[in-house]
Design a protein around this ligand. Structure first.
Ligand code: FAD
Length: 381
């Protein structure tokens, strides 16, 4: 019997497996894909995400852009490029980054089975029996890290998160065009209901994408084609092969542990509902999960502590992100205008986006800027 079976080897699963194996537990992690596998993702890591990575992560960073270009509503005709003192984001290529992370878990002693899919999870007296396309694995504890399209949440009876969607394309560009973008991340909220489009430099390609938290109303593929043409000045035909993936998020706290099983990262719907940053949540929830499992396994107990730890260490920030999202996305034109006219708001947003300040600081400043604008608009002269 394993101490822990981890389903899914994204950043969440690999981190939980690494920390638990390092502490001496007998850990099996498997993934339905062969590694390295493709995961549609911008690959942008914030500073706070870097602090949760194992030693040697620097080798995985492909770019450290310091310029941030923001486009508001097109009707406002406004955009701004802000140069930051520190990298706006640290960019990894997910196929290699995820393969490297699972290697670090293996180095700590976790067994890894690629190409193996969880098909069913059954409760047993001492824990669970996980059935896959290749075997049956009894385990005392279970980590569901199988992302937005996994089976863990459904099988454990934990309500699914809301799903937005995003698509992206990796675009090989001539070196001169890459050079022009090397330092810049572009974000546009101009035509993307409840979402945005982006350009991210990831040496030697550019990653362009469009995402929305209410994607069912949008034709993402057409919007991506138009965005690529607008930003790169190229007409893309059939050779633009975008990949799509859900954006699982929640506006309300949800319990993610049941008995001796828990969900981390996208499987739990722990994505930031404003920015779609999900790697940090996957890393942090897994770190908390490892803590809870280690404590529980010492006395063969349940995992209630996981939800308590999430409640104090991750949900407050996710809920603040959701509050900002619920203010921003219904009125992107108004907020973009205010945003571009208020340098302190831009500065504070960048601190939040770089993972160095909490959303509550942005909420307070945003409210003050809004009230000031409303006051000026009411003045008769
Ligand atoms: C287009 C796009 C752009 C994004 N850009 C960013 C960004 O720039 N920065 C950021 O922080 N976040 C970004 N995100 C979010 C980020 O990609 C996810 O939040 C993150 O990958 C979550 O990690 P995870 O480990 O929870 O899940 P995943 O990375 O999705 O890993 C889950 C793993 O489980 C495996 N699996 C699924 N089902 C089974 C099964 N039944 N049996 C075995 N294995 C299974 C899958 O193969 C997969 O490897 C983006 C998302 C999208 C869609």
């Amino acid at each position: 019997m394993h101490d822990v079976v981890v389903i899914g080897a994204g950043p969440g699963g690999s981190t939980a497996a690494r920390l638990l194996a390092r502490s001496g537990l007998n850990v099996l992690i498997f993934d339905r894909e062969a590694f390295p596998r493709i995961k549609p993702c911008g690959g942008g890591l914030t500073t706070r995400a870097l602090t949760l990575l194992p030693k040697g992560y620097e080798s995985q960073i492909r770019a450290r852009p310091t310029k941030w270009q923001f486009e508001g509503r097109r009707t406002n005709g406004q955009s701004r490029v802000v140069t930051t003192l520190k990298p706006y984001s640290h960019i990894v290529e997910r196929a290699h980054f995820d393969a490297w992370l699972v290697e670090q878990a293996q180095k700590e002693g976790a067994a890894f089975h690629p190409n193996e899919a969880a098909l069913a999870i059954e409760e047993s007296a001492g824990g669970y029996l996980v059935k896959t396309n290749r075997g049956r694995y009894p385990t005392r504890y279970l980590v569901g890290a199988d992302g937005a399209r996994g089976i863990s949440a459904r099988t454990l009876g934990i309500p699914r998160a809301r799903n937005g969607a995003a698509i992206e394309a990796e675009i090989p560009v001539p070196p001169a065009l890459y050079e022009a973008w090397r330092e810049t991340v572009a974000i546009s909220v101009s035509e993307y209901s409840w979402g945005y489009a982006w350009v991210i430099p990831r040496h030697p390609v550019l990653n362009l994408g469009v995402g929305s938290f209410r994607a069912s109303r949008m034709k993402l593929r057409e919007l991506l084609r138009a965005w690529v043409e607008a930003k790169l000045g190229w007409e893309y035909g059939q050779d633009l092969r975008p990949l799509g993936h859900p954006l699982p998020h929640r506006y309300r706290v949800q319990q993610l542990a049941k008995r001796r099983a828990l969900l981390v990262g996208d499987a739990g719907g722990l994505m930031d509902a404003l920015s779609a940053e999900g790697i940090y949540s996957a890393l942090w929830s897994s770190t908390i999960a490892a803590k809870a499992i280690l404590a529980a396994s010492a006395h063969d107990g349940g995992l209630e502590a996981y939800d308590d730890l999430l409640q104090s260490e991750l949900w407050p920030e996710l809920r603040s992100a959701a509050k900002v999202a619920l203010l921003f996305y219904p009125l992107p034109g108004l907020w973009s205008k205010l945003f571009l006219a208020t340098p302190r708001l831009i500065e504070q947003y960048l601190c939040v986006a770089q993972g160095e300040a909490p959303y509550t600081s942005l909420l307070a400043l945003g409210k003050a800027a809004f009230l000031k604008q409303a006051h000026l608009a009411r003045r008769p002269y």
